[in-house]
Ligand binder design. Structure first.
Ligand SMILES: NC(=O)c1ccc[n+]([C@@H]2O[C@H](COP(=O)([O-])OP(=O)(O)OC[C@H]3O[C@@H](n4cnc5c(N)ncnc54)[C@H](OP(=O)(O)O)[C@@H]3O)[C@@H](O)[C@H]2O)c1
Length: 302
């Protein structure tokens, strides 16, 4: 079958090539992938993947073979899935990391959601009640940000979306941002929750904006810059402020079903900012690295 694999010997770091078909084990389904999404980390950290390994984690398509124990979706069902090896004609996923897609939801759109949707959903869920609380989302122009803005607004929060330039803020108000700010300097009122995806100075400044009792989720480090916290900035009297790491994409299936249902009900719009053939991955990766994609890259496995 055709697949995109890690290729450290090429300038891009990947290649579209022939590889053996994957073989599902017990409790796994074989999926014929029609659309796959590209995550920022998969492009920025290509070097961590062993040469020849099939890349990608986000996919949508049709079940080609159900699990032998009868669990999970059946052959022919439309599914969205999360797991290693997604950028391939055929991919194997654990049954608990797959969800059936409602008929009204487009497979190319739902393919954009696994990694970023799980991240936004799970961090917001562990933030306590959102109704009437101020939620700051940094890197809001990106994939995680564009989902998080919508879900936070749906949860009743007052949403502050921070971006790198006015142009990168386009479309965020329509998605539910109450304020779109360029950088964090203009924010004066404390925030109760932060979804922080930029890292470096953004993380430090966002921490300083956190209200007593608030929670900051350190999701990503898109800037690649180090963070230097001023002395005593983690000390404050009163209710504790919390800094949480995030990296839990396990047993994704039930939450993928939640995300697909939110799309079906018109609550969530998949943030597809670039869509094209998987043969154009190099072009898409350049656009992602150059911060020219408003949300996600979705590849068609044509
Ligand atoms: N912990 C986890 O499990 C998890 C899950 C998903 C993602 N992540 C990480 O979270 C971060 C965001 O993910 P994403 O999918 O939303 O990425 P993305 O689509 O690339 O968005 C990242 C945003 O960060 C901003 N940014 C600021 N400085 C940047 C720089 N030097 N280079 C690139 N972007 C910069 C950009 O906004 P402006 O152009 O508006 O400045 C960009 O839109 C990434 O670091 C990713 O690896 C972690």
């Amino acid at each position: 079958m055709r697949a995109i694999v890690a290729a450290p010997d090429t300038p891009e770091g990947f290649r579209l090539t022939e590889v053996p078909n994957p073989v599902p084990g017990p409790g796994q389904v074989l999926v014929e992938v029609r659309h796959a999404a590209v995550n920022a980390g998969e492009i920025r950290h290509l070097g961590v993947f062993p040469a020849g390994s099939v890349l990608g984690h986000d996919a949508a398509g049709y079940v080609a073979r159900g699990a032998t124990d009868g669990s999970g979706p059946r052959e022919g069902e439309r599914v969205v899935a999360f797991g290693a090896g997604a950028w391939a004609r055929l991919a194997v996923f654990d049954v608990d990391s797959v969800a059936v897609v409602p008929a009204v939801v487009d497979l190319a759109e739902v393919a954009a959601l696994p990694m970023v949707g799980l991240t936004a959903l799970r961090t917001l869920r562990t933030s306590g009640a959102l109704l009437g609380r101020r939620v700051l989302i940094t890197g809001a122009s990106g994939g995680v940000g564009r989902v998080a803005v919508q879900l936070a607004r749906h949860g009743g929060a007052y949403v502050v979306a921070a971006v790198g330039s006015a142009a990168r803020g386009a479309g965020l108000a329509a998605l539910g941002a109450d304020e779109v700010v360029v950088g964090l300097d203009a924010i004066t009122d404390p925030v109760d929750v932060v979804l922080e995806t930029v890292g470096g100075p953004s993380l430090v400044t966002a921490w300083g904006l956190l209200a007593p009792g608030g929670v900051l989720h350190s999701i990503g480090w898109a800037s690649g810059e180090p963070a230097a916290f001023p002395v005593n900035s983690t000390f404050a009297p009163g209710p504790a402020r919390t800094l949480r790491s995030f990296g839990d994409a396990t047993a994704a299936g039930p939450d993928l079903a939640v995300l697909a249902d939110l799309v079906a009900r018109g609550v969530l719009r998949a943030p597809v900012g670039w869509r094209g053939s998987w043969q154009r991955l190099g072009e898409a990766a350049d656009a992602l690295r150059g911060r020219r994609v408003a949300g996600k890259v979705v590849l068609d496995l044509d």
